[in-house]
Write a protein that binds this ligand. Structure first.
Ligand code: PHE
Length: 519
């Protein structure tokens, strides 16, 4: 089939198109078997190298009897030839000589006036004959058809000839026509990712013509996420765009007033990106840094507040370096998105001539930390995050809102504990009573964003922002009764569990029972 493929491609290259694949011949002049042509055309068309249309044609071929006539003459000719020009032949002798042909051929030979019968002996009526039937079947054998349609009909009814549909193709160049065939990859392998060859390979298209896949099933995490989303939407929150897993250190740390030498930035917690260099082109295709800051004035305000302070703060008093902020990382929290959204809110205020729009944002998406994986920790997990920006919010608003929020989740009884976050002051951890563990468990973390952070963005001093974050995995594991996180995510996940677990309803009744235990 490689030979046929080359033949089709070179013919297209020299002639522009192939009107009919019937005309194709191999190097030694043989026609190409139909099935081989279809196979090659299908494969070339799937790569968009050719397009083709089907040509349907009637084709007549000889039956075994028809071939016998083509090779050794018609029954009537055999009868004529068996009749001795001088003595003739008796019917018994003829039958003895020709077998069944004797009987079949006589009628036609009489009709053609080639022979006649004289007192039980067959004698010739002409000296020579032309075997038209043999000529007709030979014509059909050579050309697949006959110039006279009536003859075709007659020979078909005499079972010398049978009709079939012959399919051939008219072929043109496709949009990706080329003389060489690119080998298409079928699987994306770990090797391709590691050596970068996935960038240049072409992948074989999926064939969706087979059995349709079974309906999909939502992962338990996505079911719980959906419940959380509904709560946020009910409360009038806007969903933040969290589709950037790779983020600059700037938005993940610097904009949040996290000092550059803070241990959370070092390689123990954060996945930093490594540059991927292609030697051929000597360019960075996956850079490890990004210097794509559109607002250098803001960047400089951040530098200033880190180094020397501002907005009522004395700063950290160290030498802030842009190189550190340019490092690309896998975001360690969704607060990187919140910081970017708050900056945009400040820009929007500026564009509106200083008119501030109160905002409520939320997100639920993945974050990454270089942590040792154990029964309750993964290196990637989901955070639920909420942000409320309005004038003159207080810590009382944060506490009050947290009560409303967790009550909606079926947890009416929460406690707060002072905590530390580099970007919030004050900060509070949120605890709820766990009936199974019979103790207070940490649910999340919250606080009021620092004026050093909001002021540098350009938000007015009376704009206060309260925010909180919690994990999605822990409530999901409690809800679905899993005690090892590896049963929830990763290669050990039981697909039957994914297919059969129930829809998530955050259980309000369970919340009421919690009150009882706590009292
Ligand atoms: N970003 C914090 C975390 O990763 C959560 C948080 C969000 C805390 C917003 C305060 C304010 O745990």
């Amino acid at each position: 089939s490689e030979e046929i493929q080359t033949l089709i491609l070179t013919t297209l290259d020299t002639q522009g198109n192939i009107e009919n694949t019937d005309s194709l011949r191999t190097a030694d002049g043989a026609p190409i078997p139909y099935l081989a042509v279809v196979g090659v055309l299908n494969s070339l068309a799937s790569k968009q190298m050719v397009t083709y249309t089907t040509i349907e044609k009637d084709h007549y071929s000889l039956t075994a009897e028809g071939n016998e006539i083509a090779d050794s003459g018609s029954h009537e000719a055999k009868v004529f030839n068996a009749v001795d020009p001088k003595q003739g032949i008796t019917i018994a002798e003829l039958t003895n000589l020709l077998g069944p042909s004797a009987k079949i051929g006589q009628g036609k030979a009489f009709k053609n006036k080639w022979i006649k019968k004289e007192s039980d002996i067959l004698i010739r009526e002409v000296t020579s004959i032309v075997d038209l039937t043999q000529q007709d079947v030979l014509e059909i054998r050579e050309t697949g058809t006959h110039s006279n349609p009536a003859t075709l009909k007659d020979l078909q009814s005499r079972k010398h000839v049978e009709k079939a549909k012959l399919i051939s193709y008219s072929v043109s160049k496709g949009p990706k026509f080329s003389l060489t065939i690119e080998k298409q990859a079928t699987d994306l392998t770990a090797d391709m990712l590691a050596n970068g060859s996935w960038r240049t390979l072409t992948f074989k298209k999926y064939n969706f013509a087979g059995n349709p896949p079974q309906g999909g099933h939502l992962h338990p995490l996505m079911k719980v996420r959906e419940e959380f989303r509904k709560i946020f939407f009910e409360l009038g929150f806007e969903e933040m765009p969290t589709n950037k897993y790779v983020e600059s250190s700037f938005w993940n740390f610097d904009a949040l007033f996290q000092p550059q030498q803070h241990p959370a930035r070092d390689a123990h917690d954060t996945f930093f990106l490594l540059a991927h260099l292609t030697l051929e082109h000597l360019v960075h295709v996956d850079p490890a840094t990004s210097s794509n800051f559109s607002d250098m004035e803001y960047v400089n305000r951040v530098k200033e507040v880190h180094s020397h302070g501002g907005y009522g703060s004395i700063g950290y008093g160290y030498d802030w370096k842009i190189e550190e902020a340019e490092k690309l990382i896998l975001r360690t929290h969704t607060t990187s998105v919140s910081s970017n959204m708050l900056y945009r809110l400040a820009q929007e205020t500026k564009a509106n001539g200083g008119v501030f729009r109160p905002a409520k944002f939320f997100s639920i998406d993945r974050v990454y930390r270089n942590e040792t994986v154990d029964a309750t920790h993964l290196a990637e997990f989901h955070q639920v995050e909420g942000v409320i920006a309005d004038k003159n919010l207080t810590l009382g608003d944060l506490i009050g809102f947290m009560q409303v929020f967790f009550e909606k989740m079926g947890i009416p009884s929460i406690k707060f504990k002072p905590a530390f976050n580099p970007y919030t002051e004050p900060s509070m951890e949120i605890f709820s009573w766990h009936p199974g563990l019979e103790k207070w468990v940490e649910l999340g973390n919250s606080g009021m964003f620092r004026p050093e952070m909001l002021g540098a963005m350009g938000l007015d001093p009376d704009v206060r922002v309260i925010a909180w974050g919690l994990g999605l995995e822990r409530p999901t594991m409690i809800k679905y009764g899993l005690d090892n996180i590896r049963e929830l995510l990763g290669h050990k996940v039981d697909l039957d569990m994914i297919q059969s677990n129930s829809a998530c309803r955050l259980d309000k009744k369970m919340g009421k029972e919690l009150v009882g235990r706590d009292a």
